[in-house]
Write a protein that binds this ligand. Structure first.
Ligand code: NAD
Ligand code: MG
Length: 350
C-alpha cells in the first residue's frame, strides 16, 4: 500500500482567498499556524481569552487579536489550537453558539472529535491538518523555506469545499512543501498518541534516562554519560532523518553497527513489543483518553507530580551546565509553566 501524497501543486491557494482564518489559541501550534498563514498571504485573526497572556505576543507579532467568539463570527475557517483538554469548554462556550453554515472547523489533532467530546452540528465542515512536528519547528522550518509534513483529513463536508480549503490551509502552513498525507480522525488520533507515547516522547525519554543512569550508577562521570546518551542522540537522529537506518549504519563504525545488531534487540525486546501492543490497545479502546481527561479535570495532581519528579533529574542539571558552554547550540532554559510561544519568540528568553 502506498499512500497518496499531496504537494504544492495539489493545493490551490485560491480556496482561501477572500476567506478569514481564525486561529484559536496562541501556544506551540497556534503561533506557528497564525504566523505562517499570515506570511503566506492568508487573512488571519487570532482568538484569545480577554485575560490571555498571549495577547501581547500575538499583537506584537503584527496579528489581529480579538475574543474567541468574535474571531469565530469574523471567520470562514476556525482552527482550534488550545490544549486538547481545554477544547471542549472553549468549544461549548464560545465556538458552537457562533457556528454557521459554510464554516470549516479545523483541528490539529483528532482527539476531541474521535473520542466524541466535540460533536459539531451537521451544517459545518470539519477537517484536520495535523503537523508531524512541534510548533517551534513548524515555524522555523517554514521561515527557512521548508515545511513540516502533515496529515490531513476531512470528517464532514456539507459545503463541498472542505477538501480544497484544508489543502490550501496545508499549503499556507508550508506543509505541502514536505508532503500532506490523507488520513481519518481515527487513524491520526490513535497513531499520534501511540507514536508520542511509545517512541517519540515516552520511549525516547525513558531510553535516554535509563542509559544515563546505568552509566552513572556504574561510576562513570555524569558529564560523559550526558554526552554519550543525550547529546550524541541528535547526531544519530540527524542521520536517520536524512537517510534512514541504512545511512546511520553506513556512517557509524562497523563496531557500532555490530553492537547495534547484537544488543539493540536485547534492550528493546519482545517484552517491549508486548507492552507496546498493550499501550496501543488502551489508546484504541479509549482507556488512555478517559484517564487523561479525568486527570486533567480533577486538577492534574499526578501529572504535576510526574513533571516535578523529572524536572531536576541529574541529566537535566548536568545537561544544562554543559549546553551553557556551547552557545552555538542555541541552548534554551524552559522555566516551569512557560508558554511555548514566548519560548520561541526571538529574544523572549535570552
Ligand atoms: P499549548 O499547550 O501550546 O496551548 C495553546 C494555547 O491555548 C495557549 O498558549 C493559550 O493561548 C491557549 N489556552 C491554554 N489554556 C486555555 C484554556 N483553558 N482556555 C482557552 N485557551 C487556552 O497547545 P498546543 O501544544 O499548541 O496544542 C494545540 C493543538 O495542537 C492540540 O490539539 C494538540 O494536540 C495539537 N498538536 C500539537 C503539537 C505540538 O507540537 N505541541 C503537534 C501537533 C498537534
Ligand atoms: Mg503528537
Amino acid at each position: 500500500m502506498t499512500a497518496k501524497m499531496y504537494y504544492d501543486n495539489d493545493a490551490d491557494p485560491a480556496a482561501l482567498a477572500r476567506q478569514t482564518v481564525a486561529i484559536i489559541g496562541y501556544g506551540s501550534q497556534g503561533h506557528a499556524h497564525a504566523l505562517n498563514l499570515h506570511e503566506s498571504g492568508v487573512e488571519v485573526v487570532v482568538g484569545l481569552a480577554p485575560d490571555s497572556k498571549s495577547r501581547k505576543l500575538a499583537s506584537d507579532a503584527g496579528l489581529r487579536v480579538v475574543d474567541v467568539a468574535e474571531a469565530v463570527k469574523a471567520a470562514d475557517v476556525i482552527m482550534i489550537l488550545v490544549p486538547d483538554t481545554a477544547q471542549k469548554a472553549v468549544y461549548d462556550e464560545e465556538i458552537v453558539p457562533n457556528l454557521r453554515s459554510g464554516h470549516l472547523l479545523m483541528f490539529a489533532h483528532g482527539f476531541n472529535i474521535h473520542f466524541g467530546r466535540i460533536d459539531p452540528p451537521g451544517i459545518v465542515d470539519v477537517g484536520m491538518i495535523a503537523p508531524k512536528g512541534p510548533g517551534h519547528l513548524l515555524r522555523s522550518v517554514y521561515r527557512s523555506g521548508g515545511g513540516v509534513p502533515a496529515l490531513f483529513a476531512v470528517h464532514r463536508d456539507p459545503s463541498g469545499t472542505a477538501l480544497s480549503r484544508v489543502l490550501a490551509y496545508g499549503r499556507a502552513l508550508g506543509s505541502t512543501r514536505a508532503g500532506l498525507l490523507e488520513t481519518t480522525f481515527a487513524e491520526e488520533t490513535e497513531t499520534d498518541l501511540f507514536g508520542e507515547q511509545a517512541v517519540l516522547c515516552g520511549g525516547t525519554a525513558a531510553l535516554v534516562k535509563m542509559g544515563f543512569e546505568t552509566l552513572v550508577e556504574a561510576g562513570y562521570q555524569p558529564e560523559l554519560a550526558y554526552f554519550e546518551t543525550m547529546h550524541e542522540l541528535k547526531l544519530i537522529v540527524d542521520l536517520l532523518y536524512r537517510g534512514g537506518l541504512n545511512f546511520m549504519r553506513f556512517s557509524v563504525s562497523d563496531t557500532a553497527e555490530y553492537g547495534d545488531y547484537i544488543s539493540g534487540p536485547r534492550i528493546i525486546d519482545e517484552h517491549v513489543r508486548a507492552t507496546m501492543k498493550q499501550v496501543l490497545t488502551e489508546i484504541q479502546d479509549g482507556t488512555f483518553a478517559r484517564n487523561w481527561i479525568a486527570e486533567s479535570e480533577s486538577g492534574r495532581k499526578e501529572f504535576d507530580r510526574l513533571r516535578a519528579a523529572d524536572r531536576d533529574h541529574l541529566i537535566e542539571r548536568v545537561g544544562s551546565r554543559l549546553r551553557g558552554q556551547m552557545p552555538f547550540l542555541d541552548p534554551i532554559e524552559v522555566a516551569a509553566g512557560q508558554s511555548q510561544a514566548s519560548a520561541t519568540t526571538p529574544g523572549a528568553t535570552r
